[in-house]
Design a protein around this ligand. Structure first.
Ligand SMILES: Cc1ncc(COP(=O)(O)O)c(C=O)c1O
Length: 389
């Protein structure tokens, strides 16, 4: 168990939660209602979320990972099918393909400026077994969706968006999550919209939405909530299901957090601009997405240190100043499980691997202010200078 007294007290944690009085009140209201599993508050959260995205259907689930699993299951992906996805992502994106028995086929990223999966690389990976493309909007910066959708249409492939980083991000005037066929969000504690654990599946397709809704709760046509209300005395099971329900406590948090999302994303944008201004002149640093045109959700602030600099020493140096950093991400294809199972090796996705060697994610969350970022910028420059051979 985590013991908060012995946990590192970061001066600047990588992320932080923006919870206040309203979250406390809404959670208390749920506790007093005496109904905790998926029910009316979750229904309100789902409606508010799809309203925020500008349409479609939203189904709240227990995590982003559950959302990805349901998305692939709902589309009927399985044994013998291939799914194209980035290796520069969180493990859950790729594992979702394995859950349904499909083969993950990785494609390299665009480059050091754009860390998203490359549409050109996607096209090279298509075979007669390919059934879907799973994009992940890295750091909340939308992928080149126009090209991805064109490829998908040409080859009759599904497009699944892992939008865990991208609540509120827009591409081509549409909110991420509703650009492809199915979108998956995570509300884990470090995300832009936080419920602790939690996720959402979104789609414009009503049939898929109903399927996901059933699979979320054991394949049942209705929820325990309906039984509780006396709306249901028996039920049938027509297909496989899981328990991927969320709780009313999480949905209450989600409703308040959703109201704060645009404001918090704007705060993140300002902080990113201060970071960029402070670091852009440093020859030992390059800043991905610095020329990005569009509407990201600014989930992460990644930098790349020059190749001759030892990235791990930089991270240790920043840790000594109480600045928490991270690497987004170790490439999935180089995890021992993936190497062993699929024969992946180093050198197969050179751009992904280079970024993964050089990347450092700096603290970014809406509770930071200008002074915080300026202080971190100073320390980053100092540490990098000290680590330059
Ligand atoms: C890109 C990405 N995909 C999927 C997930 C999985 O979400 P969860 O932790 O809610 O299962 C996460 C986050 O944790 C993520 O960052």
């Amino acid at each position: 168990m985590a013991d908060t007294d012995t946990m590192i007290k970061w001066k600047y944690p990588l992320s932080d939660i923006d919870f206040g009085k309203e979250e406390e009140q809404e959670v208390l209201r749920v506790l007093r209602s005496r109904w905790l599993s998926t029910g009316p508050v979750t229904e309100r959260f789902e409606k508010a979320f799809s309203g925020y995205l500008g349409g479609g259907n939203a189904i709240a689930v227990s995590s982003g990972t559950a959302a990805l699993h349901l998305a692939l299951t709902c589309l009927g992906l399985g044994e013998g099918d291939e799914v194209i996805l980035p290796s520069l992502t969180f493990i859950a994106t790729a594992n979702a393909a394995l859950y349904v028995g499909a083969k993950p086929v990785f494609a390299d990223i665009v480059g050091k400026e754009d860390l998203n999966i490359s549409s050109e690389e996607i096209e090279k990976k298509i075979t007669e077994k390919t059934k879907a493309i799973m994009v992940m909007h890295y750091g909340g910066y939308p992928c080149e969706m126009k090209a991805v959708l064109r490829i998908a249409r040409r080859h009759s492939l599904y497009v699944i968006e892992d939008a865990a980083h991208a609540p509120g991000a827009e591409v081509g005037g549409r909110k991420c999550g509703l650009v492809g066929d199915i979108g998956c969000f995570s509300f884990f504690s470090n995300k832009n919209l936080v419920t602790g654990e939690g996720g959402m599946v979104v789609t414009r397709n009503k049939t898929w939405a109903e399927r996901v809704r059933r699979m979320r709760s054991h394949g049942m046509e209705a929820l325990s909530w309906d039984k509780y209300r006396g709306h249901l005395s028996s039920y049938d099971i027509k297909g496989i299901g899981y328990n991927y329900r969320t709780t009313e406590i999480q949905s209450a948090l989600g409703l308040v957090q959703l109201k704060k999302l645009n404001g918090n994303n704007r705060k993140r944008k300002k902080l990113v601009e201060i970071y960029q201004e402070g670091l852009e002149e440093d020859n030992n640093i390059s800043i991905p997405f610095s020329k990005f045109k569009g509407d990201p959700s600014y989930h992460l602030f990644p930098i790349l240190v020059a190749p001759r600099i030892n990235r791990n020493r930089v991270m240790q140096g920043l840790k000594d100043f109480g600045i928490q950093t991270s690497v987004h991400y170790p490439p999935v294809h180089l995890f021992s499980f993936y190497r062993r199972r699929f024969g992946f090796r180093g050198g197969m996705f050179p751009k992904t691997e280079e970024v993964s060697r050089r990347e450092v994610t700096l603290p970014l969350h809406p509770r930071m202010n200008r002074e915080d970022v300026e202080w971190i910028v100073k320390k980053v420059k100092m540490v990098i200078r000290a680590c330059t051979p």
